[in-house]
Ligand binder design. Structure first.
Ligand code: IDP
Ligand code: MG
Length: 155
């Protein structure tokens, strides 16, 4: 059985500013991932330093921190088959200029820094990042029943 997994997405401030949130979320829904958590938030500096701890010593970190804390972003948890790995494939590589067409970064960005979306890079990271952005009661365990909409009673 393929693994049911959850992973964290951050639809970054550049995507929100550019009105791309709906299109980006739609790609995951159409692929077969289920949204199990969704919120808008503004990162503060402490949260940025925690989330990007692996980059704090890089020369571009001050710009990255300013970018992610300046405007709100949309955080989501999606669930599905091998979600961590497959979501990263849909997102594309970090340098969006070189990201293949058809990936989110390849289609919506030409920048390494303003690359529209974050996705967890491993199962271990996903668990930590989901916990960082969502409280347990903000995540929903629900089953999808399309038949109940196709045959809804309208009386
Ligand atoms: P990822 O987002 O593809 O996992 P990471 O290496 O974890 O890539 O970097 C996190 C974020 O930091 C990137 O998505 C991008 O916004 C920013 N970043 C990474 N490397 C660079 C760089 O060389 N220049 C500017 N920004 C960068
Ligand atoms: Mg990363």
């Amino acid at each position: 059985m393929p693994m049911r997994e959850r992973t964290l997405l951050l639809i970054k401030p550049d995507a929100l500013q550019r009105g791309l949130v709906g299109e980006i979320l739609a790609r995951f829904e159409k692929k077969g991932f289920k949204i199990v958590g969704l919120k808008m938030l503004k990162m503060d500096k402490a949260l940025a330093k925690e989330h990007y701890a692996h980059l704090v010593s890089k020369p571009f970190y001050p710009d990255l921190e300013k970018f992610v804390t300046e405007h709100p972003l949309v955080a989501a948890v999606v669930e599905g088959k091998e979600a961590v790995e497959v979501v990263r494939l849909i997102v594309g590589p970090t340098n969006a200029s070189r990201a293949p067409a058809g990936t989110i970064r390849g289609d919506f960005s030409n920048s390494t820094s303003r690359n529209v979306i974050h996705a967890s890079d491993s199962k271990e990271t996903a668990a930590k990042e989901i916990h960082r952005f969502f409280k347990p009661h903000e995540l929903f365990d629900y089953s999808v029943n399309v038949e109940s909409y196709l045959y809804a009673s309208d009386e």
